[in-house]
Design a binder for this molecule. Sequence first.
Ligand code: NAG
Ligand code: NAG
Ligand code: NAG
Ligand code: NAG
Ligand code: NAG
Ligand code: NAG
Ligand code: NAG
Ligand code: NAG
Ligand code: NAG
Ligand code: NAG
Ligand code: NAG
Ligand code: NAG
Length: 818
Amino acid sequence: MKVSRPALLACLAIAETSAERTFPSRHVVRQYSVSNRGNNSVASIFGSNGTFSIKGTTTAPGVIVLDYGRDVEGHPTFEVVSATGDTSCLEITYSETETVLDGFYMSDGPLALAAAMDTYRVNQYNVTGPSLHTNRLIQGGFRYQKLNLSTPGELVLKNVGVKPTIPTMSLDQLPGHFETSDEDLNRIWKVGARTIQLNDIPANSIPSFWQISSEGALVESQAPQVLSGLVAATLMQYRLAFEVKPTVKGFGFSVLADTLNSGIYISCNIANGSVSAYFGSGEDGVPLGSGTLPSNVTLGVWHEVAATVNMTNIAVSIDGLSVLQFVQTSAFVGSFGLGASFGHAAIFRNLSATKLTGEEIYSASLMDETFFDDFLIGTNPADSTVDGSKRDRIAYAGDLDIALISSLASTNGVNYIKGTLDLLGSFQLTPGFFAPTAKIQQDPLSTPIETNLTGLIGYSFNLLTAAANFYKRTGDADIPKEWAPKAVRMLDWAHSQVLPENGLLNISDATFGGDWNYYDPAQVGVVSKFNMVYAYALQECIPLFADGGVDTQPYVARLVSLRAAITKNLWSDELTAYYVSESIQNGFGQDSNALAILAGVTTSSHTSFSILNTLQKLSMPNGPLAFSEGATTSGFAKYISPYASAYHLRAAFESKDSDSAMALLKSLWAPMANPQGVNYTGCFWETLDASGAPGLGKQTSLCHAWASGPTGELSEHVLGVKAVAPGYSEWRVDPLTLGLDWAKGKIPVPMGEISVAWNATDGVIRAMEVSSPQGTMGTVVLPCSGQGSTLKVNGRVVSDNGSFPVTGGEPFVLSYDL
Ligand SMILES: *[C@@H]1O[C@H](CO)[C@@H](O)[C@H](O)[C@H]1NC(C)=O
Ligand SMILES: *[C@@H]1O[C@H](CO)[C@@H](O)[C@H](O)[C@H]1NC(C)=O
Ligand SMILES: *[C@@H]1O[C@H](CO)[C@@H](O)[C@H](O)[C@H]1NC(C)=O
Ligand SMILES: *[C@@H]1O[C@H](CO)[C@@H](O)[C@H](O)[C@H]1NC(C)=O
Ligand SMILES: *[C@@H]1O[C@H](CO)[C@@H](O)[C@H](O)[C@H]1NC(C)=O
Ligand SMILES: *[C@@H]1O[C@H](CO)[C@@H](O)[C@H](O)[C@H]1NC(C)=O
Ligand SMILES: *[C@@H]1O[C@H](CO)[C@@H](O)[C@H](O)[C@H]1NC(C)=O
Ligand SMILES: *[C@@H]1O[C@H](CO)[C@@H](O)[C@H](O)[C@H]1NC(C)=O
Ligand SMILES: *[C@@H]1O[C@H](CO)[C@@H](O)[C@H](O)[C@H]1NC(C)=O
Ligand SMILES: *[C@@H]1O[C@H](CO)[C@@H](O)[C@H](O)[C@H]1NC(C)=O
Ligand SMILES: *[C@@H]1O[C@H](CO)[C@@H](O)[C@H](O)[C@H]1NC(C)=O
Ligand SMILES: *[C@@H]1O[C@H](CO)[C@@H](O)[C@H](O)[C@H]1NC(C)=O
């Protein structure tokens, strides 16, 4: 049997539940305010800071929806001024969109993937009198909050809001700035910066997922989080034993589960005397079997639970009595965890896992916090950047590659990027490639992981490009020291997979061949995308190698021959593009062709211009599809990807193709950045369907860092500020006007900031000012020369050669006198 190791794969199953319901009557309060109570660390954002009452009757619940106007996150908080009658069932529900809030009882949850936020988007409160409630766990990104009092009583509430855990600096105060004569672009830049902010998780801001008491570990309405580590991830046969005292309704646990907690979930519902198994991460999974609990399995007393897992065969006993036995073929390998279904709570102690032959695999008393690290349910030790505010609060290498450029241009989140690079960089596997993802509740690993399978191989190349791009912009001297050896191992592995007959990278194992589009078929053999990211990583790592003491010559030679091999073998004259793969030659991808341009895989016959022209065929009113029709007939989904489009946008800018850049910005990103949009969150979305709506159902992340690309690209190409030497010790200002009348802004650099302002007429810059820090040097390049006019720099007439050296710290004021 071929068994993949899901622990190292980053596949998300988006399980749609059928629990669709509509709720007719309610009162929408459309007000929001940010109130700083004179305490920066805990300034709450209130959905309503006024006092309001909510009244449930025997026939209808009282329902109020608060709209924060854009995504917020943090610890929900509210004050009860008074409670009369029966107020034992207040439910508060969170959602990024109103449609999903209205359409599903569970809203856009549950979100079981990691312990970095509450599993459920519904919180239940039994209110007994005046009180202040602040949730222990974080609710990730939400714009709407529904309060529902379904018992006959009345609550008077005030200060209903959230205490953010992320940086909340006003977008006008950020270290970076960008403004032009085009309001769409200004909004896009800010929405990208806000997306970055919401995905920056400060060190130690995530609360412990579980609570320890004198009796053991308390778990309430929380998906099981699996025991981490390679050994646990590869388990197929084991016996799990623990003691549990259910306190409310029941308890649950998982076996054969992957790192994202999807596997076999078993829920004991003492309230109705049943035990049920599901494939997935909770009760919203696919049912696999059920049984009856003996009547003496009750709340409030300790029970001994044992589960024997023999791959397909699973048997569960409670207090020595068999309660459930079933055979399944949904999961064959994976770890285990303990949890509690929605509305359930239980205390656990004395957990052990042993091989079927009796040897111990793991044991913990669960009486103190020392086991938190084993399940990654403690806090996050470093500043880190994740890919989604709601889903997923986990670090991913591919997402980082896009997010970091926007972060450095706006929030200047150097520590967040560094923390994430350190973590992901430590997940290098023996052969040289990396795991594509890492939960942020852990320190970097101290030794490489001894295994030789990974998923999403493209992300291993993205990670190198990210490190190189970080170095270019920060000049952080540790990066070449730490990353050159890592990059050598990864790139040497890639070289070992190059086929001698055609010089191309071959993916021989399908386990490796997934990509950011996890819902599309994995690609094996010679795949254009993987060759393009390989070439791009080689190209970007060469300066890093030079500064890290690695002989660049072999890598330069490999890059030259890889480019030639790609050009020779993967181009389709019919498509005027690089095709998807040797097995799909009648379709092309947006990302692979954009990366071809970025990696210099262009020739006089396959120019950037011709590729960008072909990519226009992907255009839809709300942005380009990620794959052409030939690929969609081979099973690729018809989605619009802000991630793939970020590389497209960069390629358009680097090719100085204003029309393509503007088309992408206006069709794809401008509608998401428009506050009038039905699903506006003030952030950019993970994926869109062909009509421009959230693409992946109710759990689509509407605040996804990989979608933030334009912020960095606009700063680097419209202001035009680029690092020439690491850390901008040498820089270049080379703006592309995009036909705008003016632009101004600044980007933070290690020695200060570089600010640029220009005015243009008919796309020709007529005046420009640049200021830069002392100790740097730069060049200002004009996009067009002002024929027949007199050019002055700092008031002095200069000869017009379109390129001007500047000493950092000195003014540069350019004007044309017509
Ligand atoms: C309010 O809560 C009750 C109890 O959970 C539920 O049955 C009802 O559907 C909820 N109503 C709305 C509008 O959410
Ligand atoms: C301000 O924050 C500190 C640290 O979190 C906290 O101890 C203090 O109570 C807060 N003060 C107010 C007025 O909220
Ligand atoms: C919140 O309180 C502030 C000051 O106390 C007030 O100016 C603002 O109007 C209030 N906002 C809401 C939404 O009630
Ligand atoms: C609510 O709390 C009160 C006081 O602790 C308790 O008596 C009551 O049973 C609880 N109600 C529910 C529905 O949990
Ligand atoms: C018990 O409740 C669960 C939901 O928690 C449900 O799936 C199951 O069908 C119920 N079983 C019985 C016997 O009512
Ligand atoms: C429940 O009853 C069974 C026998 O029917 C017994 O073996 C088991 O120990 C009892 N459990 C408890 C918690 O009393
Ligand atoms: C596990 O399953 C295998 C294959 O069905 C079987 O041979 C073996 O006896 C089982 N082991 C245990 C301990 O049940
Ligand atoms: C189980 O927990 C109890 C209470 O903490 C303890 O006394 C006992 O030694 C534990 N048993 C095992 C086998 O760990
Ligand atoms: C991984 O290692 C195993 C055991 O050493 C070996 O059998 C297998 O061929 C290796 N696979 C790859 C893809 O290198
Ligand atoms: C290239 O990849 C294909 C597809 O998986 C595989 O069948 C083939 O063996 C690989 N070739 C080499 C030389 O590894
Ligand atoms: C808004 O989002 C909802 C939920 O994903 C979707 O059904 C709807 O089509 C979207 N509307 C627009 C205009 O994008
Ligand atoms: C651009 O024009 C505006 C309005 O005339 C002026 O205030 C600004 O200083 C000009 N910027 C530059 C760089 O000359």
